[in-house]
Ligand binder design. Sequence first.
Ligand code: ADP
Ligand code: MG
Length: 701
Amino acid sequence: MSEKAQTLRLDSSVQYVKGIGPKRADALEKIGIRTVLDFLTHFPRRYLDRRTLTTIRNLRAGDRITVVGKVVSVELVSGRRRRLVLIISDETGMMECIWFQGLSYVSKLFEVGETIAFHGKVTVYRGPQMVHPEFDKLSDAGESDPLHTGGIIPLYPSTESLSRQGLDSRGFRRVIHGILPLFNQGMTETLSNSLLKSQNLMPVHEAYETMHFPSNWKALERAQYRFKFEELFFLQLFLILQRETRHTEQKGIAFEHVGDQVRTLVERLPFELTSAQKRVLREIREDMKTASPMNRLVQGDVGAGKTVVALLAMLIAVENGYQTALMAPTEILAEQHYLNIHRLLEGMNLQITLLRGKQKAAERREILQGLEDGTTQIVIGTHALVQEGVAFHKLGFVVIDEQHRFGVMQRANLMEKGLQPDVLIMTATPIPRTLALTIYGDLDVSALDEMPPGRLPVRTVWRKENVRDKVYDFIRSEIHQGNQAYIIYPLVEESEKIDLAAATEGFELLSTTAFSDFNLALLHGQMKSDEKESVMQRFKAGEIQILISTTVIEVGIDVPNATVMLIEHAERFGLTQLHQLRGRVGRGPIQSTCILLSSYAVSEDGNKRLKTMESTTDGFKIAEADLEIRGPGELFGTRQSGILNLKVANLMSDGWIVEKARKEAVRIVESDLHLETSENRLLKQTLRDQYQSRFGLIQVG
Ligand code: ADP
Ligand code: MG
């Protein structure tokens, strides 16, 4: 054993820890604990303090509370309902804990004399009771009660299978209690001295001890701060190293001239660029001039005018003799971009093509040929554009629309083809600053934070089934005034077929009843692309007055004359999606309306979402509400899950620490990009040994 102890290192496998055999090691592996370090960073989920506990005598019905007591008796009671009754006591009285379910398991769990903390709601029937409480065992029978010996008791997260292996809260506490002293001399500091000093951080070993066995709350807070700072600091260091390495070391294209075509297009536009558009364009231009590859994200709410900015940047690339590609998330959007761009660039003598998923073989061959020999300058399509079989003559600039999630992977795809184009990612998902610093921390970010003039905020109302007829009347009156409408059906299930059925039924019913005197059309994801295109064109031209659609129109469709949107079963949509959908109206000078129609029974979250939609059109407020309801993990897909893999810090509540950590990371990387000074070498090593794999998903960036 002592040999085991002496050789224990942070990166040792948990098997070498005293008390962990192969079975426990297996169970630990399932929750991601493989090394001693993983074990030590399995921090308590909460703490118990004897001084703040309520005694049994003072319990009141309805309290949600923690009670600590010794088990006095354990009894399986039969009768009308079989149940397990546990009587526990402290110095002031007795309480019953009762289980009706899982009796064969729980009845074996408790022994007379054990000290246990119970968490639950108190009811009073003869005396105080808790039914199906949660519990943490604090000590075995006959052992001294840690509440009397220690001060604050750590309670660890566990699982049933770990508990079966003896690794419940108490088991974790014991094992960690055994590990910590082994590092008394040997636990290497992970942060540099200057950081410890400037940020007033608790040294590493003391911080681990305090997290697991705090002597008081103040010390615990300092330990928590240290780990939050450390975690966020290494995350920022990682992101900034990626960004700076790209800036200084990777070789991209320097687009040297801005010539006549950009100017021609600006003059041709039927509107003046907003000052935000001009500023963002300048920022992009600066990036394009330098030889390092651009990786810039343009963040702008729905309708802020991102497309024209992207198009101007694409023209710069074209004028410098390069090809450029625009990737949209769906075929419909790609088509729409194609039509718009085609129209705007008419007569400028440019070769523009649309690459579809399903094109006739001959047509496709011809398009691919044009990309390969360089005669095509601008190509628009979905992400299929960077997939196999597509070769470019001289691809220099790529725009990825509304798809930040896949942006990084696509860059990796491009790099595999030996291409290092400038990349511009456009997103309408506005997120709070500290989250942006993390999620987009390795990108340069431009904010398109001004709407084109003359837009009226969309009036949004939430209505229920009982006024459906009035809603239809309203839509009719709008159409009589020459406006157009969307009616959107939700994704009912994961299946596109059912999704489609709802929209199709709606279409058939409405064309023969409420709206039989208007021209209606149906749009959905399973139509052939030329059918979709023709429907969109007819809607744009005003031949179709009501477009019935599934969520395929979620992003990017632009018909300023459409002033009404009716969303069926609005309670089933996510907030971001509702906001995106609503962005399809309010794009012209006429007051627009969005009607959220729901059934009567709406969940609590659904209620929050619909209320939020009614109360604001501000994308930032909506994103914040969405984060609150769903949490960041849900909001961002694969790319970010690595980044959001934080153990101690919370991106929402620890925003100020994010800012501090970022500032320090920037300062360090700016003065020492390769982390070569002796202090920074330590940081580099910690990053590599303890953090890289956790944040690793974004490495491809
Ligand atoms: P998004 O940022 O949602 O992609 P778009 O680029 O689709 O927005 O632009 C929305 C609409 O606003 C389009 O019809 C576009 O032509 C128009 N638009 C863009 N910039 C301006 C501007 N500066 N002034 C007026 N209209 C503009
Ligand atoms: Mg757009």
